[in-house]
Design a binder for this molecule. Sequence first.
Ligand code: NAP
Ligand code: MG
Length: 497
Amino acid sequence: MSQKTSDSSTMPIHWEYAHAPESTDHVQYEKQYGLFIDGAFTHYDPSKSFDSLNPATGELLYQCTQADEKDVDAAVKAARKAYEDHWGSIKGSTRGKYLYRIARMLQERAREFAVLESLDGGKPIRESRDIDIPLAAAYFFYYAGWADKLAYAFPAKKVTPLGVCGQIIPWNFPLLMLAWKIAPALACGNTVVLKPAETTSLTALKFCELLQDIGLPNGVVNLITGPGQTGEYLVNHDGIDKIAFTGSTGVGKKIQQSIAGRNIKSTLELGGKGAYIIFEDASLNEAVEGIVNAIFFNQGHVCCAGSRLLVQEGVADRVIELLKQRMATLIVGDPLDKNTDVGAINSQNQLNTIQRYVDIGLEEGAECFQCEGNIPSSGFYFRPTLLTKVSQSSTVVQEEIFGPVLTVQTFRTTQEAIDKANNTPYGLANGIWTDKGSKIFHVGSQLRSGVVWSNTYNKFDPTSPFGGYKESGKGREGGVQGLAPYVHLESNVEAEA
Ligand code: NAP
Ligand code: MG
């Protein structure tokens, strides 16, 4: 590690770190995968193949089989059979044992899953190692504990499973989103058919190998890889009792239309445009560090990212100055390097989307600051970006960009901050930075979002419910609230253990 001195006394010291790549020796994956149906992998089908790339290089990583309507039907039938034959009626404590086994095995194989997640999705190894994989295991541990205590989760109600759950997840937290879906569903006695995102199927496929290792009964979890069309087949299949979707608001609306009039339950975890509000009494250095976590964590591919900075006028210049200094120290590069702060953008498509939004911002009058420094010449990368001189009506303030791009606006009064934060179609998460506890409660109670963090951001815990207001969706995942979307409840019936 060597120190590079800065000309300006106000600039922070820059450190140059030696390359510190995570070892990949312990990681094995197939070059080609079939689907996982009824406890076994089908053969890879070259006639229905699609590629998954390593976004850090743009090169082919592995190939998957695209599930067609017949495959989806086979997966749903396998899930139905498993539900009716045993899983829907076995003791909760037995289901709990399987879930504990999954959780423990994920912990044991955490390094392997972390490397695969970074290879396939582009996220920094520090994040997959310290956040994604440990949290995925934590959700399985948490819901394993509920499997034999459902009567206590819903006192004085008769609790029964729904049956077969169709589950569709996005590419930003592949294994974690899988855990959010599968753990509560199985704990409640349901079986599942899950579709991962097209660009990130690898940890879901490895997860199915893990299920074979722990001896989960066949058909309880089925995996169908493929594009949006595969997801549509699943949504439209009349053999499912529930659809759980995490993804964009546009697709969420389409799904809502498809299931209208059908007697199935749904949860929709959709997009967001979180405000990150800094009051002038906040600890500014901490608040600026919080911004790095709010918008540059996972390249900004975070539904609850704090992508709109609202800063009180008196401290705005100072916050922007501190933020630019901090951004200049961020290391953008190889996701497998342990020094990397900002990894690769998940796909060429997403990179194009982010660039398009920044261009629109500039056309509409924004000023753009990007940190300098080298970024890899191949693969998909985007520099952490700050857009100032934007207004409430700017496209980049209104629409979800889903990349490392932060817009900056100022406010004078507390009410103005609340109004600006709420002036969005979304309502997933917001953050407040202030020294005053009373202000946290006053502002927090008026923000229309499922989550409000104060003096921190992007903190997750299995015991805490997560979900949206308005166009950010409906239903909650996590916590005891996350059980409700996976059960039928009958009122006034004596509880059955
Ligand atoms: P997306 O395009 O909506 O895709 C999500 C999933 O749905 C993918 O598996 C996708 O398949 C599939 N899909 C696409 N079209 C479909 C259709 N017509 N019917 C059924 N399934 C379909 O979203 P994304 O770009 O992957 O993910 C980013 C979005 O997810 C952002 O808006 C983000 O805010 C949101 N998100 C929300 C939460 C939350 O908890 N609220 C968490 C994470 C992400 P393909 O893989 O082929 O596209
Ligand atoms: Mg990939």
